[in-house]
Write a protein that binds this ligand. Structure first.
Ligand code: UDP
Length: 324
């Protein structure tokens, strides 16, 4: 069992990973500046409120807590915002990471799991997407993640870091028993917005119905946040056991359209999901589906909550408890 620093552990995916790390017997310290995360997501006593750009403080936390590895989530994630203010994404996502890596270097910690994204592939040439497809992000958010991935490759090469970069597809679902779920502010993600529409009666907008897909709406690979969290645990344990690093896609391999999500919500909730048709959203590729064979073969990971209705049911339970 190891002591692990989790940056951004007060956020959506980070808090689920902290929950499962502790369940697996690991000790966790969370570093989060709470700019977008929620203190209530972190168990008592393990939160250190710190900005990643405070290198000295991070290094002293890593030293004092004797951390053996870092799982790095802390970042801004809103694509739209990144197109309006890219500099925020350079400062926070890239600058924060540079400072964290410097702190790790100072503290002698060289095992790292990094939260990356399918946005690294932009409009993919082929679907399902394998890790060897061209890296070609189409918005500053995706670019900020790719820049950090490149830094990590160089640190692996020149500084003896051992790192795994996980490229997530569409994280969704919740762990209602643990009081954890998706609550971004503002919320931009499809499933919580459709559930909000069910709860409030105010329709969600479907962004485009004229794509070259079976029902005309965009297809995405929806991965349960708890399966995603488990991928981080497999990854960090693999590194701690001396395993090799690299980049890995995390998805189910199955795509669902926006319309299929609406149907799943209606089935799970037993209510109408009100929606209106809207224009395409800028920068939305028609289909994003992961090939996760590399992750499955190398890290022995498998999604166990891949069923869309299961995902929606967990998200629905969380939404009912915590309101729209
Ligand atoms: N979407 C939609 N209406 C919304 C939010 C999202 O139709 O209010 C669509 C979006 O165009 C995409 C899919 O739902 O095809 C998933 O979008 P989300 O923002 O959840 O994740 P992304 O794929 O952008 O990471």
């Amino acid at each position: 069992m190891a002591k692990i620093l989790v940056t951004g552990g007060a956020g959506y995916i980070g808090s689920h990973t902290v929950y499962f790390l502790r369940k697996s017997g690991h000790s966790v310290i969370v570093a989060d500046n709470l700019s977008r995360g929620d203190r209530a997501n972190v168990p008592e006593g393990i939160l250190r409120v710190v900005d990643l750009r405070d290198t000295a403080k991070l290094a002293s936390i890593l030293r004092e807590e004797q951390c053996e590895a870092v799982i790095h989530f802390a970042a801004y994630i809103a694509v739209g915002e990144s197109t309006k203010a890219p500099e925020l994404y350079f400062a926070n996502n890239v600058g924060g990471s540079t400072s964290l890596f410097e702190a790790m270097q100072q503290a002698g910690v060289n095992k790292l799991v990094f939260s990356s994204t399918a946005a690294a592939y932009g409009n993919p040439q082929r679907v399902p997407i394998t890790e060897d497809q061209p890296i070609a992000p189409i918005n500053p958010y995706g670019d900020s993640k790719v820049m950090v991935e490149r830094m990590i490759e160089l640190l692996d090469q020149y500084r003896g870091f051992h790192s795994i970069r996980l490229r997530y597809f569409n994280a969704c679902g919740a762990e209602p028993e643990a009081g954890l779920g998706e609550r971004h502010d503002p919320e931009t993600h499809l499933i919580p917005l459709v559930l909000r529409a069910v709860l409030t009666g105010k329709p969600v907008t479907v962004f485009g119905e004229d794509y070259d897909t079976p029902d005309g709406t965009c297809v995405r690979d929806y991965i349960h946040v708890s399966d995603l969290a488990q991928a981080h645990i497999n990854a960090v344990e693999h590194l701690l056991n001396g395993g090799a690093g690299g980049a890995f896609n995390v998805g189910t391999g199955v795509g669902h359209s926006v319309r299929e999500v609406l149907s799943a919500v209606e089935k799970v909730t037993g209510r109408k999901a009100p929606y209106i048709s809207g224009p395409r959203r800028e920068g939305d590729p028609p289909r994003l589906v992961a090939d996760s064979q590399k992750l499955q073969n190398t890290l022995g990971w498998k999604p166990v909550r891949a069923d869309l209705e299961r995902i929606v049911a967990d998200a629905w339970e969380f939404a009912q408890r915590h309101g729209a």
